[in-house]
Design a protein around this ligand. Sequence first.
Ligand code: C5P
Length: 320
Amino acid sequence: MVESVRVQAPAKVNLALLVGGVDQSGYHELGTVFQAVSIFDRIEVKDAPAGVFELAISGPGQDELPTDDRNLAIRAARTLAGHCKVTDRGVAIRIHKQIPIAAGMAGGSADAAGTLVACSQLWGLELEHDELVRLGAVLGADVPFCVLGGTAIGRARGDLLTPVRTTGKLHWVFATSAVGLSTPEVFRRFDQLSPARSTTLGSELLAGLETGDVSMIAGNLTNDLELAALDLRPELAEVLDRGREVGALGGLLSGSGPTCAFLVSDADAAEAVSRELRKLPQVKECFLALGPVPGARAQGWQAHQPLSSTEFVGDWPHGG
Ligand code: C5P
């Protein structure tokens, strides 16, 4: 029996985010292109007695997050147990956060995705990855993509996914803010400010992704939520402008914000752009990342061989 499993789950950025009308449950129809990027939350699950669902969180912002049933990771474990009728096992989840919180980078969804993948292995459920992708939609609109990873078109709520073929790696700079933004609040402001729009994605972005034409990708980055987020947080406009001035090929708000995402030509440009952005008072931190990366996956995990912390990508705090 497996006693513990470690998974890393990536953040996401939306290269295009087109927002349409609202469905009966209040969700907006989306036409979006997701990309998973190399900023990871690490999730470790350990066997626990039946009925025990526990969570501990470490890393930046650890005190801001609930560790009870309000946390999407706990809900993911319970949902998987319910779906697969697991009644004789529980789980103790430990999450080390690196994905910024309330930042428009799907941190909570990544934790849910990682928990689904990890618990599926812990409990020996042998679910296909596709089934975990589908199950993710019960938990939140971004969870299926966080399981799938790579680059994908998202339709409906963003949960109906079609993988996109890409060439090469993109270099990203993410500039975070000290104060997060609430996704529902940004969508609400969008509804107040903007009429429903078309969610049909243009072909240029997808062509650029397929051929690896970074300029074409950069010229077609778009986010309908930007207007609403900038209305709530006008100071972010300067961050977007500054990033472009100091050499980014393109920039946009990441998801519902407040993180600003910049596409740059290479690692040197990423360093140069982030150096300048860090000087702005409204920028808390800059993260450099590559995309696309795979979705939530066990790292080097083998069924009969428990992981030592050194085999894991990056360090676990507290000695793993
Ligand atoms: O699905 P998730 O809980 O991540 O979504 C957070 C919130 O974002 C929703 O409660 C909703 O207000 C908004 N949302 C939306 N339309 C979508 C996705 C999210 O209105 N397609």
